[in-house]
Design a protein around this ligand. Structure first.
Ligand code: C5P
Length: 230
């Protein structure tokens, strides 16, 4: 049986990670968080004391990286060698540095190739036991898997995204927390936008705006889009 491939892109704070994990879990699909791959690569380079602006050294390090992506939506552990970096890659130091690494086009080519291989394995034989994969990031619908069965751009207004991120990071979405979050979220999206387009839906990509939707409603909407084609 050919596995289904669901590609989801969106800016930070769109809720795509939690929504995609939930949809993958409900449908028994594997889950691939490509942002976690850029984060793990950033962790790996910083761990070796590399200057992320040194494109040649960073590219060589990423090519040599022994990255193991857990694709179980219930516990998508990320390992570099034997080290579980799942928690470390969420630290502010990584979030603040990752965009510099992801503007390196040779790094993108390397990670894109690994992402395609992971997706293809799920498409052909569901190697992790699933019947397909939900892959999310910034360029999955356009560059990594433009041939995916379902392609969705998950967006939300800037206001909604800032409130969600503030709640996640500071435990509250009051004015001060939103202001503290703004620089990070807007700044990261601006940097990321220089190399990948994820603010507007490309041709054939379905737009799902979650600004006015709860988490559960967003999950239902994405499930409906997937079941529509599957
Ligand atoms: O999705 P997340 O916010 O964890 O992604 C972290 C970073 O990885 C993004 O800010 C972006 O720089 C990079 N990224 C990317 N292409 C992807 C996924 C993530 O450049 N497909």
């Amino acid at each position: 049986v050919r596995g289904v491939v669901v590609a989801v892109d969106g800016p930070s704070g769109s809720g795509k990670s939690s929504v995609c994990r939930q949809v993958a879990a409900r449908l028994g699909l594997a889950y691939l968080d490509t942002g976690a791959m850029y984060r793990a690569a950033t962790w790996w380079c910083l761990d070796q004391g590399l200057d992320l602006g040194d494109q040649l050294a960073v590219t060589a390090a990423v090519r040599a990286m022994d990255l193991r992506m857990g694709m179980d939506p219930a516990a998508p552990h990320v390992r570099v060698g034997e080290t579980d970096v799942s928690a470390a890659i969420r630290e502010p130091a990584i979030s603040g540095a990752v965009s510099l690494l992801s503007t390196n086009l040779d790094v993108r080519a390397e990670l894109n190739a690994r992402q395609r291989a992971l997706i293809d394995a799920e498409r052909t034989d569901g190697s992790s036991g699933g019947t397909g994969v939900v892959a999310e990031g910034r360029d999955i619908t356009t560059v990594v898997a433009p041939d995916a069965d379902v392609r969705v751009l998950l967006t939300a207004s800037e206001e909604a995204r800032l409130a969600r991120r503030a709640l996640e990071v500071h435990g509250t979405a009051d004015a001060a927390a939103v202001a503290a979050t703004r620089a990070h979220v807007v700044g990261r999206d601006a940097k990321d936008s220089t190399v990948v387009e994820f603010q507007t839906a490309a041709d054939g990509v379905l737009l799902l705006d979650s600004s006015a939707l709860s988490f559960e409603e967003t999950v239902s909407a994405l499930l409906a889009l997937v079941l529509d084609v599957a």
